[in-house]
Design a protein. Structure first.
Length: 629
C-alpha cells in the first residue's frame, strides 16, 4: 500500500510531509530546503520551472513568472479581490470564457488550477524522490474560509497533478492535529493562521484524540502579499519624489522593488531598522537612478496598521460562534509566516489576553497535520477523530431575492437540516429551489451552487403547499438537497457537485497536458543521466590512459583515444540512444585499458618473484633467540 502524503499548498510557499514509523516527517526538496516557493515561471526558451529557481529568475522574467496564484483559484474575474490582485502582480490576469480569473502568459492562458497543479506536481516529485516509490494519494490543505468553488478548484488541481485527493482539510484544523496528536488532556485552542495570501482563525476543542472544530472565520484576501504591497507602494512613492520616475509601468523595476520590500519586511521581524538599496533602478536624462531608503519597524507598522486591525473582527466572531470567551482558551497557536511579525504577535496577545504558543513551526505544521489526516484515513493512525465544520452558510433563495440559511456556518459536519417553505403565487405548479452559499442577506451577494426544480404541484392558493427542503452535508463537504411536497408526497433530489469553473473535458485535457509535461521531464532526466554517465566515463578513461600510458600498447592506446573522441563528439547530442551506444563503445575500450594495466602489473610481479615482493636479507641475533628460548 502506497504512502499518503500531506501537502500544504501555500500562497507563498508549499510543503510536503509523510508519516514514517508513526511519526510525521517533513520532506526536504532537492535543494535541501523544507519549503518550496509556490512560483511557476515560463521562460521564453525552454520548459517551465517551479520553485526556488523560478523565484530567483523573476526579476528578469517578471511578466512570465506566476506567484500568489492561490489568490485566484476558484474566483470570478469580476470579483473585487481579483481586481485588487491585478494591481499587485506583473503577469496578466484575464477573463476566461466562463467568467473565471485565468492567467495569460504570452498569449497562452492557464487556469489557476493548472498553476497550482504544477506546484503540487513538484511536491509529488519531492515525495517520490525521498520515498523511492510512486505517490498517488494525498491530503491537501486549504484556508478554512475557502468557499465551495475554491475547494473544488483545489481538488481539481490535485487531479491535474496526478493525485487522488483523499480529503481537503482546513489549514488551521491540520495545525491543531499536529499540535494535539498524542495529547490526552482536554484543551481549547485557537489557531491563528496568517499566511501569504489568506487569514484564518479556528477555535477547536481537543479531548483525548477527538478534535472538534467549534468555529472558524477569516479573510481569504488578507496576508503577507498585502503587507508587501504597502511597502512597495511606499518605496515607489519615495523613488518618484526623489527622481520623478514612476515605476508602475516598469515590470522589471517593480519586481525588484517587490523583492526588496519582502526582504525588508522579514528583516524588521528581528531588527528595528533596515536599509534598502536598489542601484540602477531606472535611467533618466540625468543618468542612472538608484533607490536608497531607510525603513524602521515603527514605519512598517504604521503602513500596515489597517491590515493589522482587520485581524480583530474575525477572531472575535470566531470566539462568539464558539460560545467561548478568550480567557477560556488554553493556547493560541501561530501558523503562517506572517505570524513572525512582532506587531502581529502583539495583536494576538491583545485579542486573546495571552501570549501565543510558539512551540510549533509555523511554516511546516500544516503539512504535518495533513500527513496525519492521511494516515487516519488509511487506518494507520488510530484513536483520532476529526469533527470539522462548514465555513459558510448554505441555504436557498426566497421571495424578493433574499437568502434563507438552512445549514448555518460553523455547523459540525456531517449534518442534516430541514426547513419548510411554501409557494409565492396562486396555482403555482412548479417550485425552483435555488441553492446558495454565503453570509450575505441577499442572494446576489452570495455564490450560486445549483438549482433543483420540482414540477407537478396541484393548483392551489399561494401559501398552502408545504415544501420541505432538506440539506445533507457529508464529511467530504458534498451536499445533497431534497425537496418534498408534504401534501402529495412528491419528491425531488439532487447532489451539488462542486464546480471550480472547469468542465470535465477541461480537466481531462489538463491532465493529458500535465502527463505530457511529466513525460518530457522524464525524457529530459534520462537524457541528463545518460549524458552525465558518458561524461564521467570519458573523464575516467582519459585519466587512466594518461596515468598508465606505459602499460598500454600503441595499438590499444590508439583504439582507446578513438573511442574517447567518438564519445566526446556525441556528448552534446539530444539523442539518448546515441549517447547510450557511445557509452557502450567507450566502456569496452575502458575495459581494454584495464586489462592492459592488470596484464602489465602481473608481468612486473612475475619478474619480482611471483609474490610481487623482494625479501630483504635478514640476520638473526642468536643471543636474542637464546634468551627468548
Amino acid at each position: 500500500m502506497g504512502k499518503v502524503i500531506g501537502i500544504d499548498l501555500g500562497t507563498t510557499n508549499s510543503c510536503v510531509s509523510v508519516m514514517e514509523g508513526g511519526e510525521p516527517l517533513v520532506i526536504p526538496n532537492d535543494e535541501g530546503t523544507r519549503t518550496t516557493p509556490s512560483v511557476v515561471a515560463f521562460p521564453r526558451e525552454g520548459d517551465r520551472i517551479v520553485g526556488a529557481i523560478a523565484r530567483r529568475q523573476a526579476v528578469t522574467n517578471a511578466t512570465r513568472t506566476v506567484h500568489s496564484a492561490k489568490r485566484l483559484i476558484g474566483r470570478r474575474y469580476q470579483d473585487e479581490e481579483v481586481q485588487r490582485a491585478r494591481s499587485m502582480v506583473a503577469y496578466s490576469i484575464c477573463e476566461a470564457p466562463g467568467g473565471d480569473a485565468w492567467i495569460d502568459i504570452g498569449g497562452v492562458e492557464y487556469s489557476p488550477q493548472q498553476i497550482a497543479a504544477m506546484v503540487l506536481d513538484r511536491m509529488k516529485q519531492t515525495a517520490e524522490a525521498y520515498l523511492g516509490e510512486a505517490v498517488t494519494e494525498a491530503v491537501i490543505t486549504v484556508p478554512a474560509y475557502f468557499n465551495d468553488a475554491q475547494r473544488a478548484a483545489t481538488r481539481d488541481a490535485g487531479r491535474i497533478a496526478g493525485l487522488d485527493v483523499l480529503r481537503i482539510i482546513n489549514e488551521p484544523t491540520a495545525a491543531a492535529l499536529a499540535y494535539g496528536l498524542g495529547k490526552k488532556n482536554h484543551e481549547r485552542v485557537a489557531v491563528f493562521d496568517l499566511g501569504g495570501g489568506t487569514f484564518d482563525i479556528s477555535v477547536l476543542e481537543i479531548d483525548n484524540g477527538v478534535f472538534e472544530v467549534r468555529s472558524t472565520n477569516g479573510d481569504t484576501f488578507l496576508g503577507g502579499d498585502d503587507f508587501d504591497d504597502r511597502v512597495v507602494t511606499w518605496l515607489m512613492e519615495q523613488f518618484k519624489t526623489e527622481t520623478g520616475v514612476d515605476l508602475s509601468g516598469d515590470a522589471v523595476g517593480l519586481q525588484r522593488v517587490r523583492e526588496a520590500a519582502e526582504k525588508a519586511k522579514h528583516e524588521l521581524s528581528t531588527v528595528t531598522e533596515t536599509e534598502i538599496h536598489l542601484p540602477f533602478l531606472s535611467v533618466t536624462g540625468d543618468g542612472p537612478q538608484h533607490l536608497m531608503a531607510s525603513l524602521s519597524r515603527g514605519q512598517l507598522e504604521a503602513l500596515v496598521g489597517d491590515l493589522i486591525d482587520r485581524l480583530d473582527a474575525p477572531c472575535r466572531a470566531a470566539l462568539k460562534d464558539a460560545r467561548l470567551k478568550a480567557k477560556e482558551l488554553n493556547a493560541v497557536l501561530l501558523v503562517g509566516g506572517m505570524t513572525r511579525m512582532p506587531r502581529v504577535q502583539e495583536k494576538v496577545a491583545e485579542i486573546f489576553g495571552m501570549q501565543p504558543d510558539r512551540g510549533i513551526n509555523p511554516d511546516e505544521v500544516v503539512a504535518v497535520g495533513a500527513a496525519i489526516q492521511g494516515s487516519v484515513l488509511k487506518g494507520e493512525v488510530k484513536d483520532v477523530l476529526l469533527l470539522d465544520v462548514t465555513p459558510l452558510s448554505l441555504g436557498i433563495e426566497t421571495a424578493g431575492g433574499m437568502f434563507e440559511p438552512i445549514i448555518v456556518r460553523n455547523t459540525t459536519i456531517p449534518c442534516r437540516k430541514s426547513k419548510v417553505f411554501t409557494t409565492a403565487l396562486d396555482n403555482q405548479d412548479m417550485v425552483r429551489v435555488h441553492i446558495v452559499q454565503g453570509e450575505r442577506e441577499m442572494v446576489d451577494g452570495n455564490r450560486s451552487l445549483g438549482i433543483l426544480e420540482m414540477r407537478g404541484l396541484p393548483p392551489v392558493a399561494r401559501g398552502v403547499p408545504e415544501i420541505e427542503v432538506t440539506f445533507e452535508l457529508d464529511s467530504n463537504g458534498l451536499l445533497n438537497v431534497h425537496a418534498k411536497d408534504k401534501g402529495t408526497g412528491r419528491q425531488q433530489s439532487t447532489r451539488i457537485v462542486s464546480s471550480s469553473g472547469l468542465t470535465g473535458d477541461d480537466i481531462e485535457q489538463m491532465i493529458v497536458e500535465a502527463e505530457a509535461h511529466r513525460a518530457r521531464d522524464r525524457d529530459r532526466r534520462a537524457l541528463a543521466e545518460e549524458r552525465n554517465q558518458l561524461d564521467g566515463l570519458i573523464y575516467a578513461t582519459r585519466r587512466g590512459l594518461e596515468e598508465y600510458a606505459a602499460s598500454v600498447s600503441s595499438d590499444d592506446a590508439l583504439h582507446i583515444r578513438e573511442a574517447v573522441h567518438g564519445a566526446e563528439s556525441v556528448l552534446d547530442s539530444a539523442n539518448c540512444d546515441a549517447l547510450g551506444r557511445a557509452r557502450e563503445r567507450l566502456a569496452l575500450a575502458a575495459q581494454r585499458l584495464s586489462e592492459s594495466i592488470y596484464a602489465s602489473a602481473r608481468s612486473d610481479q612475475a619478474m619480482l618473484g611471483g609474490g610481487g615482493y623482494v625479501a630483504p636479507e635478514m640476520s638473526i641475533d642468536e643471543d636474542i633467540v637464546d634468551d627468548e628460548a
